[in-house]
Design a protein around this ligand. Structure first.
Ligand code: MN
Length: 258
């Protein structure tokens, strides 16, 4: 049997499970908050066009409006100034092949439960590798934080005294993932790939700055990373093909062997 025929059979028989890493896109979904001098993003809005009524007797549909970076979403290199001149840096020009890739899942849930400002370090990833093997080039690195159990339901961004408090990688860790492991990108269950306190780093938000400057991607606001194995999951995450788009909400699926 061909590899694809095996895949289809394993999906049908449950040998391969599909795990949804996506949060439901809804009007109260928080968007990232920026200092007041910067223009804020729209949050998600939807309004009924017709609902089997005079406006459309047999059909139901919505108009929607949203920022590209709303809900579970993908960050393209063009999102950041460091990636603005790279080739194939927008969601409509990134090679489609990059939207299917393996993931290394680093369980930081204990550390994040103890410290909402937890910073993922190179040493922590090297300790993960001691257990699970080297992070292969072209892999996602996903930081599992079980964030929905940590942040209060009405404060997903965990803003306390005007500062966001959520985990992310430190500057050195970002460089190591790029330069030593050539990862595909970095993914998180929090509202941004950078830690909340990383706005004060030099440069600010190094995961955005250096990852996108190196042509790499981000995934944010995921969920269910606790259902993934440390290695072996295959992530399917094609963003919307927005012309010149800097990112988009998307469905993130993981294929795992059961
Ligand atoms: Mn984003």
């Amino acid at each position: 049997m061909s590899t694809l025929a095996n895949l289809v059979q394993d999906l049908a028989t449950g040998g391969i499970k599909v795990i949804d890493l996506t949060e439901t896109l809804r009007e109260d979904y928080p968007v990232i908050s920026l200092p007041p001098e910067f223009k804020p993003a729209w949050s998600f809005k939807k309004e009924v066009v017709s609902e089997y009524n005079d406006d459309g007797p047999m059909w139901f549909w919505h108009n929607i409006s949203l920022n590209e970076h709303t809900g579970t979403h993908f960050d393209a290199p063009i999102h950041w100034v460091s990636g603005k001149d790279l080739p194939n840096n927008a969601v409509d020009s990134i090679p489609a092949r990059d939207f299917i890739a393996p993931a290394c899942v680093v369980d930081c849930s204990d550390e994040v439960a103890a410290d909402q400002d937890f910073l993922l370090t190179k040493e922590r990833l090297m300790a993960w590798e001691d257990q699970h093997g080297e992070i292969p080039a072209g892999s996602w690195v996903f930081m599992r934080s079980d964030w929905r159990k940590v942040a209060s339901p009405d404060n997903y961004a965990n803003i306390i005294d005007d500062t966001a408090h959520h985990p992310g990688p430190d500057n050195e860790c970002v460089h190591w993932m790029i330069e030593e492991r050539d990862v595909l990108g970095f993914g998180t269950e929090c509202i941004g790939t950078d830690a909340g306190i990383a706005m004060s780093f030099d440069p600010p938000l190094p995961c955005h700055y250096f990852m996108h400057g190196a042509g790499k991607y981000g995934l944010q606001c995921m969920t269910n990373l606790d259902l993934l194995p440390p290695t072996g999951a295959v992530i399917v995450c094609p963003p919307l093909k927005i012309e010149g788009g800097s990112g988009s909400p998307l469905r993130v699926l993981a294929l795992v062997t059961s």
